[in-house]
Design a binder for this molecule. Structure first.
Ligand code: GLN
Length: 259
């Protein structure tokens, strides 16, 4: 069940955020601690999206309003020495990254790796839609045909991203988009694991829906991750069926409607 992480705060290198922590995303790719039966390692690709710092970094954390750069691969994160070299040189104040464990029946291709992106948005799904693809046919039927024929990949996560993106394009508040999709997909596909993570470079929105999630607010930064990247006590476990809205130095938890 993939692992994902988002951080917004004072700029630091991608390596410091993703590779260096004792139980960071790199370690979570080959030795995750809380997969809950959904696979054992996250070897089926990875992706990193970050907001480039502008000259003078005047745009605020992550370069608010900027367009992210997204890099992804079908290779395991631990085997990509090129990324390790790049990660030591790229500094950013906002990043969303994921390592993937493909759900049975879904292809291992670069385009199935999160984050998915459009405009200023980055999105990741950690989990599985039960009964896919049939169970998602109903919710997906409301999408424009163009969105359906240009899906990133034939996976549950890519369809969820298309649903999220449609909501965002319609101007709905991101928190309402994510909570609405959890409820809609749960109704169509009961028992799904729907940990969603979304950012625009200034705010992180994340759901805990039948899967692990933790948040840490420290040093004017906030990090939301499937698993704490270092030992507690800095981290707070997000209770199941909750939404986190996180900005540097602050996070708030809201209960989600659930079965
Ligand atoms: N089901 C999604 C996929 O196959 C996400 C996988 C996961 O969270 N392990 O891409």
């Amino acid at each position: 069940m993939c692992r994902h992480l988002g951080r917004i705060g004072p700029p630091q290198t991608l390596a410091r955020t993703l590779l260096d922590p004792e139980h960071g995303l790199l370690r979570q790719s080959y030795a995750p601690a809380d997969m809950r039966g959904g696979g054992t390692i996250n070897a089926d690709g990875y992706g990193v999206g970050w907001y480039p710092q502008g000259p003078g970094d005047g745009a605020g954390p992550g370069g608010a309003g900027g367009t992210p750069v997204r890099l992804r691969s079908a290779r395991p994160l631990w085997s990509d020495t090129s990324f390790a070299a790049l990660a030591g040189t790229v500094r950013t104040g906002a990043v969303l990254a994921a390592v993937r464990s493909a759900t049975v029946g879904m292809p291992v291709v670069e385009t199935a790796a999160a984050p998915f992106t459009d405009g200023r948005w980055l999105f990741s799904h950690n989990g599985v839609v039960r009964g896919w693809p049939d169970s998602l046919a109903g919710p997906a039927s409301a999408l424009p045909v163009r969105d359906l024929i240009t899906l990133d990949a034939p996976t549950d996560s890519a369809v969820l991203w298309a649903l999220v993106r449609a909501g965002l394009r319609g101007g709905t508040d991101p928190a309402a988009v994510l909570s609405g999709i959890c409820e809609q997909v749960e109704a169509a596909a009961p028992g799904s694991r729907l940990n969603l993570l979304l950012t625009d470079g200034t705010t992180l929105w994340a759901t805990a829906w039948r899967h692990a999630l933790a948040v840490r607010t420290r040093d004017h930064a906030v990090t939301v991750a499937s698993e704490p990247t270092e030992d507690f006590p800095d981290w707070t476990r997000v209770p199941d069926r909750h939404l986190v809205v996180a900005r540097p130095g602050r996070h708030d938890l809201y209960p989600l409607a659930g079965p």
